[in-house]
Design a binder for this molecule. Structure first.
Ligand code: FES
Length: 262
């Protein structure tokens, strides 16, 4: 007899997979479609190695552009990574990927949508046993707190990119185009996503016995706790702004969209 799962002793023996009659499958199905579309789009852009820079805008997937092979204006000139001939996005895109893939919210979302483990509350999962996140590969999700710190570094860089988007082609400050707005909104959404992270909340307010002895951390923890309640929202909003920010640069760099307002 199984010791875990729906067959375990002590569990009600109900033949049906679920007694729910609502359309509980809609949310995981939409999640499946959205995350699949994001992964396919991101893979296409990361491996395409073109149309990622249009002065003064750079794609979020290619920043910082660390390879010597970066298009003029996007990179730093000669770098120690001169041997790298593949797409420069491959050097950095793994950071936000690791951050999102190990995110507590996304874990819930893709466990439900892709592995149906379980697909929804009060719906039996199709798997016979449950091993949690104690084994490879899912045990790697425990690196989330480290991915969080790396993600913060990337946020600083993308914020810097958004600031540079206020310069025109000749380097004069005061330029505001559609790309400036998109990159700025994207940077703000990425900060809200990162600051509402559970690891951020723990880093700021965790391991404190007496909040009264740490008033500053307590205030920060209070603010982050409020953001944290909306973490799912910022996860999706920032996912959309990342795609929008990249796609806008693609449209400009490929010549699909032109004009003085871009
Ligand atoms: S829990 Fe979602 S980013 Fe940390």
């Amino acid at each position: 007899m199984a010791t875990t799962g729906i067959e375990a002793p002590g569990r009600a023996q109900i033949g049906a997979k679920t007694l729910r009659t609502d359309r509980y499958w809609v949310e995981p199905f939409l999640t499946f479609l959205a995350l699949t579309a994001f992964v396919v789009y991101s893979a296409w852009r990361v491996f395409s190695n073109k149309y990622y820079f249009y002065e003064p805008y750079i794609s979020v997937y290619y920043s910082p552009c660390l390879s010597d092979s970066c298009v003029p204006g996007a990179g730093f000139g000669n770098t120690p990574i001169s041997f790298w001939k593949m797409s420069p996005a491959l050097l950095t895109a793994w950071i936000p990927l690791a951050f999102r893939f190990t995110c507590y919210y996304y874990r819930k979302a893709y466990y439900r949508a892709f592995w149906m483990s379980p697909p929804a509350c009060a719906v039996a999962e199709p798997h016979g046993k449950y091993t949690g996140e104690r084994r490879l590969p899912l045990v790697l999700n425990n690196v989330h707190r480290y991915a969080f710190y790396l993600g913060l570094v990337l946020n600083v860089i993308l914020t810097y990119d958004a600031i540079l988007a206020f310069r025109d082609h000749e380097g004069n400050w005061g330029h505001v185009g559609a790309g400036t707005v998109i990159l700025t909104v994207n940077a703000a959404c990425l900060w809200l996503y990162s600051l509402s992270c559970h690891s951020c909340r723990n880093a700021v307010g965790g391991r404190i016995t007496h909040f009264s002895k740490h008033p500053v951390r307590y205030q920060m923890w209070t603010v982050i706790s409020k953001l944290n309640t909306h973490h799912m929202r910022w996860a999706w909003v920032s996912l959309c702004t990342v795609v929008l920010a990249d796609f806008w640069v693609y449209l400009l760099a490929s010549g699909t969209v032109t004009g003085s307002w871009v």
